[in-house]
Ligand binder design. Structure first.
Ligand code: SF4
Length: 425
């Protein structure tokens, strides 16, 4: 297996067969189907991370798993074991590894108007032969259970109470409606212009929003889609805690702090799932795990909290997006993940008031491509501050992390206090 320099090429995503070079070794990404894992899978992944990597594991914002610190000489044996155990696919292709994201509790939660897990599979199958799709293309299916509004997507499908689906286009229009049976072909038709444009201009066109507004009109007309009112908003999804299921059981969700676990924690999650007779284990797009089919959710939450996972839905760390930053990432200009917990606690009052905080090791903004109330962007060991923007927007000044913590902890409007307090690292 030859490593490529694709890790420094924009829009590229690693897999199991194509590792990404990072500051702490090679990164190998696994894409569990539907985010579903068994107790044995967790134990196997922990064992592989221990023997072939550094023992650190990330859960990504799409519910994928990353083994960190893999070495050139261990990559081949690791891949052989992943393929033999079905944890990786020999044909990873160039397109999206996880095109469709549905609720981590799909099929089990109250309020679902369609079978989101099945729909996700059907959309994936319909688009499987669509060559040219950018690797980061994402379709979100919101079936009416946990809202997924905080996940940036190229296309967003929301089920209405009758089980039909309305589609949000990148320009903000909601178009409808389509039946579940029509959805796979409709999504494919809407993604064809993106695949074609990306093939022509791979560096310029990476998301559906990069296309001119009229690019989707032929598909919209052919599908007979018409503007329709936006679905009624629902309260934001809890990223941790317990959720009632059909049949009187519960699911619990717990987040790994900033997505990072070690092998002992992964083994411990497996032990909790087995000991509490969980029906299933799924990864969540909030960088954590969900255990389903539980009779006593309080006991399971206490056990998961005991191994260091976040189980309190108001923990300020849940509102913070943070990438690994330096030294784990070669592009990192600041230790984003190491600073994030401290900054989250400092910003706790603001976060309780609705602030979203993004701590990014550099302007690429991998952890959160969208806007945040405050984005801290690694610059030469410190951070630039972007208010209500993205990591690639112009930043105010440059701060050391401690100055930012004081700024975030102090009352007052960040827009008025940021520049005079600028401190160069
Ligand atoms: S945003 Fe973070 S993870 Fe992404 S390239 Fe920059 S430092 Fe690395």
């Amino acid at each position: 297996m030859t490593r490529t320099n694709a890790s420094l090429r924009r829009g590229w995503c690693p897999g199991a067969l194509r590792p990404m070079e990072t500051g702490d070794g090679w990164l190998v990404r696994l894409h569990p189907r539907g985010g579903r894992l068994s107790v044995d899978d967790l134990r196997r992944i922990a064992d592989l991370a221990r023997r072939h990597g550094s023992g650190l594991i990330d859960i990504t914002a799409r519910g994928n798993l990353q083994l960190r610190g893999v070495r050139p000489e261990t990559h081949g044996p690791l891949v052989a074991e992943l393929l033999a155990t079905g944890l990786a696919d020999a044909d990873e292709g160039d397109g999206p590894q996880r095109l469709v994201l549905a609720s981590p509790l799909a099929g089990r939660e109250l309020g679902e108007a369609v079978d989101a897990a099945r729909l996700a599979e059907e959309i994936g199958a319909a688009c499987a032969g669509l060559t040219g799709l950018p690797a980061k293309t994402l379709v979100v299916v919101d079936a009416g259970g946990l809202p997924l509004d905080d996940i940036a997507a190229d296309l967003r499908l929301c089920a209405d109470a009758d089980g039909a689906l309305v589609i949000a286009l990148p320009d903000g229009r909601w178009m409808g409606s389509v039946t579940p049976a029509e959805v796979p072909a409709a999504v494919r038709a809407l993604l064809v212009p993106l695949a074609e444009a990306h093939r022509r201009e791979p560096d310029r066109v990476r998301r559906l929003r990069d296309l001119p507004g009229e690019a989707l009109e032929p598909a919209v007309a052919a599908l007979g889609l018409r503007p329709i009112g936006a679905p009624v908003g629902r309260p934001a999804a809890p990223r941790a805690g317990s959720v009632p299921e059909h049949g009187g059981t519960f699911a619990v969700m717990a987040a790994a702090p900033f997505g990072r676990l070690d092998t002992a924690q992964l083994d411990a999650v497996a032990a909790v799932a087995q000991g509490d007779a969980a029906h299933g284990i799924r990864t969540t797009p909030w960088r954590g795990v969900a255990l389903t089919g539980l009779a006593d959710p309080a006991a399971t939450l206490a056990a998961l909290a005991g191994i260091g996972l976040i189980t309190d839905p108001v923990d300020p760390r849940l509102a913070v997006h943070a990438c690994p930053g330096s030294p784990a990432c070669l592009r990192g200009e600041a230790p984003a993940q190491a600073d994030a917990a401290h900054l989250a606690m400092a910003a706790a009052s603001r976060i309780a008031g609705g602030l979203t905080l993004h701590v990014s090791g550099c302007a690429k903004g991998c952890a959160h491509p969208g806007r945040a109330g405050a984005t801290l962007v690694g610059q030469g060991g410190g951070y630039g501050l972007v208010l209500d923007g993205t990591a690639s927007d112009p930043a105010h000044g440059r701060f050391v992390a401690d100055s930012l913590a004081r700024l975030l902890a102090a009352p007052g409007d960040l827009a008025f206090t940021s520049v005079p307090d600028t401190v160069s690292p």
